[in-house]
Design a protein around this ligand. Structure first.
Ligand SMILES: *[C@@H]1O[C@H](CO)[C@@H](O)[C@H](O)[C@H]1NC(C)=O
Ligand SMILES: *[C@@H]1O[C@H](CO)[C@@H](O)[C@H](O)[C@H]1NC(C)=O
Ligand SMILES: *[C@@H]1O[C@H](CO)[C@@H](O)[C@H](O)[C@H]1NC(C)=O
Ligand SMILES: *[C@@H]1O[C@H](CO)[C@@H](O)[C@H](O)[C@H]1NC(C)=O
Ligand SMILES: *[C@@H]1O[C@H](CO)[C@@H](O)[C@H](O)[C@H]1NC(C)=O
Ligand SMILES: *[C@@H]1O[C@H](CO)[C@@H](O)[C@H](O)[C@H]1NC(C)=O
Length: 270
């Protein structure tokens, strides 16, 4: 099993800008949508193995535009739909297709098989036309997922991977959360980020380093009640540097989550 992970890591050397899994099924009103139904898709006509080596290669560069909403996610707004969501409602994301099935892939469905933290962000479109919003405005964070919660997968007791289960998202298929009840109404990009922290043993090596898995849903937030002032805000890309120090931790260490501090702005509580 351990060697399978090594194989995945080494395949990551080939490309630059995508991921092993895509967070592309939005969950709204307790219904799991289809792949890319409300999530901005990538643009690609490749099939088969080319998807593995192209689209599903990890993004290791958080200064790249693909870090905002995944490959092509700044321009594919008119290829997806917008979901109406009430502030205060519970929504979520589930992994969909395609996903990278490495040698002896042991899981029934696509899962977050790289240990590490995750977060959820919102950015309001300045115009009513969300489809053309590139996401170059301000982003605020509404959730950090570090340690285990009641949504985490059960720890497999006989597993050499036991330390990895300290990360709440480890081998999760989906994750649900609340849109803060005082979020101002409007059209938003809702971004899910998951990070596989990887130590860069060679600081100038372009290929090693943390892997970033990101996708954005389009949502129309309805709120005719109390309205808050979201912040602090950040730009994405811009919020992290290449080889961001907090993501240089070793997720296999038994105690990684107890000292982990999510970089970037704090969560807006709403
Ligand atoms: C998230 O919500 C969906 C829809 O209600 C549900 O099917 C799924 O099990 C939930 N996921 C978790 C991890 O609780
Ligand atoms: C993808 O489309 C481009 C242009 O539309 C074409 O040149 C290329 O051969 C296609 N690639 C595949 C793998 O079909
Ligand atoms: C889509 O994203 C990929 C990966 O970044 C890039 O190579 C490709 O040029 C993009 N396509 C378009 C039409 O922008
Ligand atoms: C979708 O948006 C892209 C870029 O924003 C544009 O080039 C394209 O023409 C649009 N397609 C449709 C069908 O509106
Ligand atoms: C979710 O339910 C609300 C009504 O409670 C509805 O207005 C909204 O359109 C639904 N959203 C989706 C994406 O089905
Ligand atoms: C885990 O980290 C905490 C906080 O730094 C520390 O107090 C504790 O001793 C560590 N435990 C182990 C087993 O390393």
């Amino acid at each position: 099993m351990k060697s399978s992970f090594r194989i995945v890591v080494s395949l990551g050397l080939i490309g630059t800008a995508a991921s092993h899994y895509v967070i592309n099924r939005f969950i709204v009103n307790n219904t799991v949508s289809n792949d890319f139904e409300y999530v901005r898709p990538y643009i690609s006509n490749v099939t088969g193995d080319e998807i593995w080596y192209g689209i599903l290669n990890p993004n290791r560069d958080p200064t790249n535009l693909d870090f905002r909403c995944g490959p092509n996610g700044t321009i594919t707004g008119n290829l997806t739909k917008t979901a109406t969501v009430r502030a205060g409602d519970t929504v979520g994301f589930r992994l969909g297709e395609p996903h990278f099935k490495y040698l002896n892939y042991p899981y029934d469905v696509p899962r977050i098989y790289h240990p590490g933290p995750g977060s959820v962000w919102l950015s309001k479109s300045p115009s009513d036309n969300l489809n053309t919003y590139s996401g170059d405005g301000d982003w605020f964070k509404i959730l950090e997922i570090i340690g285990r919660t009641e949504q985490s997968m059960p720890v497999l007791s006989d597993s050499t991977y036991a330390p990895l289960y300290q990360w709440g998202l480890y081998v999760a298929r989906d994750w649900n959360f609340t849109i803060p009840a005082t979020t101002p109404p409007g059209k938003y990009l809702l971004r899910f980020e998951q990070v596989y922290p990887v130590k860069s043993y060679h600081p100038n090596d372009n290929y090693l380093g943390p892997e970033y898995f990101v996708n954005c849903a389009q949502i129309d937030i309805v709120n005719d009640e109390q309205i808050g002032s979201p912040g602090p805000v950040a730009k994405i890309p811009g919020v992290y540097e290449r080889w961001q120090p907090e993501f240089q931790s070793e997720p296999w260490d038994k105690n990684s989550t107890s000292t982990f501090k999510y970089p970037g702005p704090p969560v807006w509580q709403g």
